[in-house]
Design a binder for this molecule. Structure first.
Ligand code: MLT
Length: 263
């Protein structure tokens, strides 16, 4: 597994395939293995780079708050390291928050965007308070309470009932996350900027994908992004909740492949 050192932190990533580069950022509280089906498929025609965001997977955690801006800067440093001037940048949920922060900072480095199960708006005061409490709880009690409370919001009831292997995989990813990494990202998500105004400035081709039954970032958020981002295409994935790339990997991959071949 390749590693990049940034500010005394090791950032782990995979870099698979060759061709035009595509960077995929995972959601919370997951790691780069979230993208394994996409790496398998997209790397047949593209160079696919999947980092563990700071605090997750095999990357180190930073103390305090891991802001979306900091994560975006990590991605820019990774692209510098890999000598990639410009790439398609995609992210799911928290990964999407970091993607929007990246576009704000480095628009000229973005060839196209993939915004999956995400949203542009910042947290409400109540949500910020909830994140602070969750961060404390993660540090005191570990990942169990977060994983248990998130699971039913991540997957459709049908997947929870009928696909134990998907449930196990999602639970394992969450339970493997370091509580200090999760706490830093929770504070970072609470501090994130509202990027609604940025949407009007996005001028690159953008694919917006969302699970029909996404309970965390509902279809309405994606519809709003679609109506504001000029060159965007919206795809609603049937039979999927928040983690649409795993629940309906075939449909998700088809849409992303189609999009990549169209740009
Ligand atoms: C995620 O999937 O990354 C998180 O649920 C996003 C969030 O909590 O806002």
């Amino acid at each position: 597994m390749p590693l990049l050192r940034i500010d005394n932190l090791q950032i782990a990533y995979d870099d698979v395939g060759s061709g035009s580069p595509v960077v995929l950022l995972h959601g919370f509280p997951f790691n780069r293995s979230l993208w394994s089906e996409q790496v398998d498929e997209l790397s047949k025609s593209h160079r696919v780079i999947t980092p563990d965001l700071r605090g997750f997977g095999e990357s180190d955690s930073s103390a305090g708050t891991a802001t979306m801006t900091r994560m975006a800067e990590d991605i820019a440093a990774l692209l510098d390291h890999l000598q990639i001037p410009r790439a398609v940048i995609g992210g799911l949920s928290m990964g999407g928050y970091a993607v929007l922060a990246f576009y704000k900072l480095f628009p000229s480095r973005v060839r196209a965007l993939v915004l999956a199960d995400t949203r542009p708006q910042g947290d409400t005061p109540e949500a910020k308070q909830g994140r602070a409490e969750q961060a404390q709880r993660a540090l005191a009690e570990g990942m169990g309470p977060i994983a248990d409370s998130m699971l039913p919001k991540l997957l459709t009831p049908e997947t929870v009932a009928k696909r134990p292997e998907v449930v196990r995989r999602i639970m394992e990813m969450m339970m493997k996350t370091k509580p200090e990494g999760a706490a830093a990202a929770l504070l970072g998500m609470a501090a994130r900027e509202d990027q609604t105004d940025l949407l009007t400035k996005i001028i690159v081709p953008t694919l917006i994908v969302v699970g029909r039954d996404d309970a965390i970032t509902p279809v309405a958020d994606s519809e709003k992004m679609h109506s504001t981002i000029v060159e965007s295409r919206l795809v609603i994935i049937e039979g999927a909740g928040h983690v649409s790339n795993i629940e309906q990997a075939g449909a998700f991959n088809r849409e992303v492949s189609l999009f990549l071949s169209s740009i």
